[in-house]
Design a protein around this ligand. Structure first.
Ligand code: FAD
Length: 419
């Protein structure tokens, strides 16, 4: 493969790789994107499409601990562990537990907040620039409750978020049902987050970004899996399923599959695992809701999209190799139906499973080390943070000052932890 005039090879064509590819190519960097499968697959296609800037706390929260046994033993619950995977998960899970202590929890929360704060504006600008406005909607989202005991938690949560600048408004049951008349009147109230958004067609966004990248002069090589990387003083040797490449610079954005390549590129073993998630797409239900509705009690989300209503959520610890358990996707129906007045049309529904790339501290790795750029591990928020992360990578690339303090996302936090 002749790649002598290429400035940067990006490994992974999900939303993280693609947003960075467009951002850099538009600034004159000659980029080649290497994608193991096809460009419009992976977590970036099947996620809930929620630009979830209001989610500013790590998923691993000490207050959750007492609920975990019940969740694990409830086959219809939001959390599932494949017990055969437990020995492999343990080192990651232990670090996750340690990060629930007050000091790391607060530090991680602040770092998520920093990334999320600029994410909506970044997406809006990106969307205007690259003609994505048809699909990128900033109309807000709702977090609803239906257990009377949850109403107080909702109020406290809303007040706490407002105090830190995550704007939200508490809606009474009446105001909620006025906004989303399809909801059942068992929904007792909700927080409305105006500065959040949703993407109504992820495939269209990915296709448009791919086409833009190519128009700008970038190259995409699909079905090109990077099997191994060997850095040397003046280049990085990539062994790929389509032959060898001598790369000048590399950005790793292989999502949940980044661990092995990150180790080969940097020598650091990042505590990266996957929190598998599911969705069920209901193609005849695209008009049921106006904006995404999450449930605090049921821990899942319903997002209206052009191709239907997407029910999404759940966390499953089972690694990258175990086959999908599509019952988990079907179970989302049992969560959604009681929240809605009229029966859902399930004809032609499509289940899906994908891999969230989750580090043990719930923060992505966004960094530059010599010729290597790292941009992976965005866990539950990769869509939300894709444009902001691309900007940070561009700042590293051009050696510009960072708009967001990059320290919490640097790789050396793990080096320190393991030394
Ligand atoms: C059910 C579910 C719901 C979600 N909902 C939301 C949401 O509403 N909002 C939000 O912000 N986030 C959400 N997320 C998280 C979000 O989808 C991810 O954080 C994001 O998609 C990660 O993007 P990525 O580009 O890093 O990874 P991916 O989309 O997985 O892309 C990585 C790409 O790298 C390729 N690759 C892997 N290994 C190699 C290799 N060796 N060589 C070449 N290519 C390789 C893969 O084929 C893949 O295409 C959700 C996730 C799930 C599973």
């Amino acid at each position: 493969m002749n790649t002598s005039n290429v400035d940067l090879h990006i490994i992974g064509g999900g939303i993280i790789g693609l947003a960075a590819a467009v951002t850099l190519q538009a600034q004159g960097v000659n980029v080649v994107l290497l994608e193991a499968e096809k460009i419009d697959q992976g977590a970036s296609l099947g996620n809930a499409g929620h630009l979830a800037t209001e989610q500013v706390f790590p998923i691993a929260d000490a207050s959750m601990l007492r609920h975990i046994p019940a969740m694990l033993f409830n086959p219809a619950g939001p959390l599932r562990l494949d017990w055969r995977y437990l020995p492999r998960l343990m080192p990651w899970a232990l670090q996750l537990l340690m990060n629930m202590r007050p000091e790391p929890f607060e530090r991680i929360h602040q770092a998520i907040l920093s990334l999320n704060q600029g994410s909506i504006q970044a997406w809006q600008k990106f969307s205007n620039q690259w003609q994505l406005n048809e699909w990128v909607h900033v109309e807000g989202s709702l977090l609803a409750v239906e257990k009377p005991a949850s109403l107080n938690n909702l109020k406290t949560h809303g007040a706490r978020l407002n105090n830190m600048g995550v704007t939200n408004k508490l809606l009474t049951k009446e105001a909620l049902l006025e906004r989303e008349p399809a909801l059942q009147d068992n929904q007792l109230g909700a927080l409305f987050f105006p500065d959040t958004g949703h993407i109504t067609n992820l495939k269209a966004v990915i296709n448009q970004l791919s086409a833009t990248f190519i128009q700008l002069g970038g190259h995409i090589i699909e079905h090109c899996r990077v099997l191994a990387v060997t850095p040397s003083a003046d280049s990085i040797h990539l062994t790929t399923s389509q032959g060898d490449i001598s790369a000048s610079k590399v950005m790793l954005a292989a999502g949940a599959h980044s661990k092995v390549l990150a180790k080969q590129l940097t020598g650091v073993s990042v505590p990266l695992d996957t929190e598998r998630g599911y969705h069920l797409m209901l193609p005849n239900e695209s008009a049921r809701l106006q904006i995404p509705v999450s449930s605090m009690d049921r821990r899942f989300i319903m997002t209206p999209m052009q191709g239907g209503l997407r029910l999404a959520g759940t966390v499953e610890y089972a690694g990258l190799e175990a086959p999908a358990n599509m019952k988990r996707a079907q179970m989302l129906l049992q969560q959604a139906q009681p929240m809605l007045k009229a029966p859902l049309d399930t004809k032609d529904s499509v289940p899906w499973m994908g891999f969230r790339p989750s580090t043990a501290d719930s923060l992505p790795v966004i960094d530059k080390i010599d010729r290597v750029f790292l941009n992976f591990g965005h866990q539950h928020l990769g869509l939300t943070q894709a444009v902001v992360s691309a900007q940070m990578i561009a700042e590293y690339y051009f050696d510009e000052p960072h708009a967001i303090d990059p320290t919490p996302y640097r790789l050396n936090r793990f080096k320190r932890a393991s030394s």
